[in-house]
Design a protein around this ligand. Sequence first.
Ligand SMILES: NC(=O)c1ccc[n+]([C@@H]2O[C@H](COP(=O)([O-])OP(=O)(O)OC[C@H]3O[C@@H](n4cnc5c(N)ncnc54)[C@H](OP(=O)(O)O)[C@@H]3O)[C@@H](O)[C@H]2O)c1
Length: 250
Amino acid sequence: FFTGIFKPNKPIPGTEFAGKIEEIGKNVSSFKVGDKVFGFDDSGSGSHAQYMTILKDKALTKIPSNITYEQAAASTEGAHYAYNFIKKVNLKSGQKFLVNGATGAIGSAAVQLLKYFGAYVTAVCNTKNMELVKSLGADKVIDYTKEDFTKDNQKYNFIFDTVGKSSFAKCKPLLQPGGVYISSDLGYMAQNVFLPLITPIIKPMIGNKKTVFPITTDIKGSILLIKKLIEQGKFKAVIDRRYPLEQIVE
Ligand SMILES: NC(=O)c1ccc[n+]([C@@H]2O[C@H](COP(=O)([O-])OP(=O)(O)OC[C@H]3O[C@@H](n4cnc5c(N)ncnc54)[C@H](OP(=O)(O)O)[C@@H]3O)[C@@H](O)[C@H]2O)c1
């Protein structure tokens, strides 16, 4: 219903973008022609195109001078989701966080943001990406092709599955009392949507452990934080593949 019943409401896909302003509306004073900007609109900005239009108050800002358009566009969506998920928990410096899927758009952003907020981060990834994940700041790396992280004997305050390859049931033994499981995926039979309603009620019976499934908000706030961190050299988008515009549909 939301995206169109008989055909897409927005025929041009694309949510994240980076580019140069070619024209502005007569009442726009916050940007000028020639400004390099980047941003993200999860309702669809039609950014998989050479030109797009966007309202000045949407989540866009000027690109930091130390990165390219390519890096800027790749810095937005995954980081916005990662930041929103982190914001929903009461993270204190030094607390232990496990990130499963630490090389994905959300996972690689989560590792960097968690280090920025002072967490101890264990990252789970493939053998080939272990050095990459360490370079993002992970304190400990688990290779999922060799080890099942749910068998790890370290206990965590938070487990963030950014790729939906685990479940609350499997991760619960790894959580400290009061620990929180977060997943960016719906999970088997959409359990990650229902468990946040049930676990707060039954948590005295399960060591005060619970799940959260946050609804994301305030994209502009995320973009401004990411911009600041890029300028400080504390955030870098991980880009593993590049596609020309002609191949975007595939
Ligand atoms: N991106 C978004 O904006 C967004 C928004 C909302 C929800 N989501 C959902 O969030 C999930 C992740 O999205 P994403 O965009 O971050 O994905 P992504 O960029 O495609 O990354 C997926 C990552 O999963 C890792 N992976 C694959 N198999 C794994 C396993 N068995 N154990 C641990 N890691 C494994 C891969 O890492 P290796 O290379 O190390 O194998 C890869 O880097 C998806 O379910 C997506 O639908 C995404």
